[in-house]
Design a protein around this ligand. Structure first.
Ligand code: PMP
Length: 395
């Protein structure tokens, strides 16, 4: 091999699908189980007729629709081939080699990778004991070389969220020359009104950008489309570094159709939130696991050294979860039967009885208003707890 390849790239992992068994229940990528919204599928079908033409490189119709959706003007919005690409473009637009990118850790794993691709340095700041982002720590990590801060709210993988008052104070203390990127990939799953909408926060602040994606709540992960909201100068810089035509025409049309189907989106998010808060998390807590409150479509289990054995155990039970070595496991909320398979695997790891079998008693679960069984609320979980206790005392 005689071609010169940058030596620093050797530290980066190649893109690979790891060992993702096709047959497993996939709760490792925070995908929505429901699939795309029906209107989006129809839009993709009709757009397929015209894929011999290049897409609109400015995605003007979609940009207008997003601007209306978030209450801003089109010059403050741009789209990307997934918000992952926009993460990279933001670093490319702000950092020279050896400049610094600050972010909480653990957080979205792409942040250090995109920094390295640009030759910038990563400054990870550990999360707090409660698994939240340490805003004071992030402020303290800012140096003269800091150009960008990624603040994932709610945070992937811990699921925790930063509240309005602390985030406002944080933004007030960041130097105006540093771009704060509020990554809101999971915004649609937030129900706590104290968790601010970044689109409101950036009003009057030219050094704040918001990233959103159609990959999660909208069920369009395979379409690869996300967007950024920021000051016009930042948006122009993103358009300069982006590769033309990288947001394809199917994705553009599917995203517009998805934004037009607001009520259907809200209903599916409600289902995920109910499953998360009324079943999966309480069941895990009841068997004795630590699970921080989540504002996303996944849960975080800070298992430390038990992370890899737990992940491997789940896989042996046909459930794929995401392990973050020696830190914890992230598990997405899937279909009820998928969640029950995971809960059974988790319980057997802890040698507790299988929660779903204990609690449900019948198969009468429906997504929607009436949930799992004819047991009164709280009863199912109490049963699981009682049985777990029993099991523990048997050693
Ligand atoms: N930000 C966060 C926090 C994420 O978790 C993800 C996907 N896992 C992304 C950005 C990228 O999403 P996409 O590229 O699919 O839009």
């Amino acid at each position: 091999m005689t071609v010169h390849i940058r030596g620093d790239l050797a530290a980066l992992q190649c893109t690979s699908d790891g060992e993702r068994p096709v047959a497993a229940i996939r709760l490792d990528r925070n995908e929505l189980p429901d699939g795309p919204l029906p209107h989006a599928v129809a839009a993709i079908r009709s757009a397929a007729e015209a894929v011999h033409r290049y897409p609109d490189p400015t995605a003007a119709a979609l940009v207008d629709r997003i601007a209306r959706h978030v209450g801003t003007t089109a010059d403050r919005v741009t789209v990307g081939c997934g918000s992952a690409n926009l993460c990279q473009h933001l670093v490319q637009a702000t950092c020279d080699p050896d400049d610094e990118v600050v972010f909480g850790w653990p957080s979205f794993e792409l942040y250090p990778a995109v920094a390295r691709v640009v030759g910038a340095r990563s400054r990870p700041v550990p999360t707090t004991a409660g698994h939240g982002l340490d805003l004071d720590g992030l402020l303290a990590a800012i140096t003269r070389r800091t150009r960008l801060i990624f603040l994932c709210n709610p945070n992937n993988p811990t699921g925790t969220a930063v509240h309005r008052a602390e985030l406002t104070r944080f933004l007030d203390n960041v130097p105006e020359s540093v771009l704060v990127v509020l990554d809101e990939a999971y915004r649609e799953f937030v129900t706590d009104s104290d968790v601010p909408d970044g689109a409101h926060l950036l009003q009057g602040r030219d050094n704040v950008a918001v990233l959103r994606t159609f990959s999660k709540a909208y069920g369009l992960a395979g379409m690869r489309i996300g967007y950024a909201i920021a000051a016009p100068e930042v948006i122009t810089a993103l358009r300069r570094v982006g590769v033309p035509f990288s947001v394809n025409s199917l994705a553009q049309r599917a995203a517009i159709a998805s934004l037009d189907a607001g009520d259907e989106l809200a209903a599916r998010c409600r289902n995920i939130i109910l499953e998360r808060d009324d079943w999966v998390r309480p069941t895990l807590l009841a068997v004795g696991l630590e699970v921080p409150e989540s504002h996303t479509n996944f849960l975080w289990l800070p298992l430390g050294q038990r992370t890899v054995p737990f992940r491997d155990h789940c896989l042996r039970h046909g459930v794929l979860v995401r392990g973050f070595a020696a830190a914890g496991v992230r598990v997405s909320i899937g279909e009820p039967q998928e969640n029950d398979a995971f809960l059974a695997a988790a319980a057997s790891f802890l040698r507790a009885p299988a929660p779903a079998a204990v609690a449900r008693g019948d198969d009468n679960r429906d997504r929607g208003a009436v949930r799992r069984t004819d047991l009164p609320p709280g009863r199912a979980v109490a049963n699981v707890a009682a049985n777990a206790q029993h099991d523990k005392s048997e050693g």
